[in-house]
Ligand binder design. Structure first.
Ligand code: GLV
Ligand code: MN
Ligand code: MN
Length: 426
């Protein structure tokens, strides 16, 4: 097998990344492309065209995941596939490479594999997952829908005022939300899953190392906090007679921050969104809605933090917490990690094993026992989820090359059905 024959094309990859970055582009260089917004829908259509140009058979499932497939000429189309993928949607005012880098590198990898004329012995898939960022509710929506991991009635739930429900967004695309269950697939359809992503942190960039081999992804808890007070006139209500929801919420924000810090450096917690109702100069806030995100490689720490935060809320009148999602951490497959490293070694590329503090659709696959791996590429100064997010084109090309090589290595390996098993909580 002559893997060295596979050659990705940096110029073609760069053009795709630049073109995709125009959908939802903002004047400061960032993008506004929430899941299933107009900008996202246009970007999805464009990407489907690029997939078709590359010879992929493209379909959309019941929850709008886009699935592009290459069946082998050999007639092994019923074999389990090796899938790659990531997401097109973005956080509000985010950057151009979170998700997009993984998709464009995957597409380039599949093009390069075809051009090498190495006969792939199994089907290959490229999947664009719907709403990875949680614009509707809790994130990694498309990959969770694929494996029946959605929270009950999730498509009918909203993250709070002004946010769309997934059911509405699907309807807007002409899909029947009641049929969402049809997106489910059997784990036996997959031989392995690989996701390339920007690191979203500073480690690779600061060390000058082009590839991160991900060992595991953090456990993530997402909660909605609601604090009720009493709305009233801001001019006529004496201070002593107020029940101001925002004042109570401010106390909660500070107490949560203190509680998370008290549990040490292996845990992070963020209240990242807050809506004040009704929201005006002259009205005492009657209600506040906030999101809370807790993460750690150690699931037990997330659990302890959750307990402490529940106590804080119990001591605040009118406060309550609803858990949107509790995701166990995931371990990447040992054999897949070794094949990524073998690909690096053969191309003379330096790599580093590392954990991921960011969540990814790659988390959903190990829960089904599907061997899963992630390849990180550096992003400049580690900036991500902000308009300054940037990469070097040559790093993207190296990532696409290692991805292509690894896909082929897995395809031809005999022992890739390994080792990860069900996600292990730690
Ligand atoms: C996704 O980017 C996440 O980590 O929340
Ligand atoms: Mn993100
Ligand atoms: Mn992402």
């Amino acid at each position: 097998m002559e893997i060295a024959r596979i050659r990705v094309n940096e110029g073609r990859l760069r053009k795709d990344l630049e073109d995709l970055g125009k959908f939802g582009e903002e004047p400061d260089g960032g993008i506004l492309r929430p899941a299933l917004s107009d900008a996202d829908l246009k970007a999805r259509d464009w990407f489907k065209g690029r997939m078709r140009d590359a010879g992929l058979q493209v379909r959309e499932d019941a929850v709008a995941n886009i699935i592009g497939r290459l069946d082998p000429a050999s007639g092994a189309g019923d074999e389990p596939c090796i899938a790659t993928g990531s997401h097109i949607d973005a956080v509000l005012h985010g950057g151009k490479f979170d998700g997009a880098a993984g998709l464009c590198c995957s597409l380039e990898a599949l093009r390069a594999i075809q051009e090498s004329r190495l006969p792939a012995p199994c089907p290959l898939e490229l999947i664009v997952f719907t709403d990875e960022e949680g614009g509707h509710y809790a994130g990694t929506f498309g990959s969770r829908a694929m494996f029946n991991l959605l929270v009950e009635d999730e498509i009918y739930k909203s993250r709070g005022a002004g946010r769309p429900f997934m059911a509405q967004s699907l309807q807007r695309m002409g899909k029947d939300p009641a049929q969402s269950g049809k997106a489910a697939r059997s784990p036996s359809e997959f031989r392995a899953f690989l996701e390339l992503h920007i690191e979203q942190g500073p480690v690779l960039d600061s060390l000058g190392i082009p590839i991160g081999v991900v060992e595991g992804i953090v456990a993530i808890d997402r909660h909605m906090i609601e604090v009720k007070g009493r709305a009233g006139h801001a001019g006529t209500t004496p201070m002593r007679l107020r029940d101001d929801a925002l004042v109570k919420a401010a106390g909660i924000v500070t107490a949560v921050n203190r509680a998370v810090r008290s549990l040490g450096v292996d845990l992070v917690g963020t209240i990242g969104e807050m809506k004040v109702h009704p929201g005006a100069f002259n009205i005492i806030p009657g209600k506040v809605e906030m999101t809370l995100d807790l993460r750690s490689m150690k699931k037990s720490l997330v659990k302890t933090a959750r307990g402490k935060i529940r106590e804080i809320l119990r001591s605040t009148r009118g406060a309550r917490l609803e858990t949107a999602l509790s995701k166990a951490g995931s371990r990447m497959d040992r054999k897949v990690m070794e094949l990524i490293e073998e690909s690096c070694r053969q191309r003379g590329v330096r790599w580093k094993r590392m954990g991921s503090g960011a969540g990814h659709d790659a988390m959903s696959f190990p829960t089904q026992g599907i061997p899963t791996g992630m390849i990180f590429i550096p992003c400049k100064e580690g900036k991500s989820h902000c308009p300054e997010e940037a990469i070097r084109w040559e790093d993207a090309a190296v990532g696409a090359q290692i991805l292509a090589d690894t896909i082929v290595r897995i395809a031809f390996s005999t022992g890739a059905e390994s080792a990860s098993g069900k996600a292990r909580a730690n």
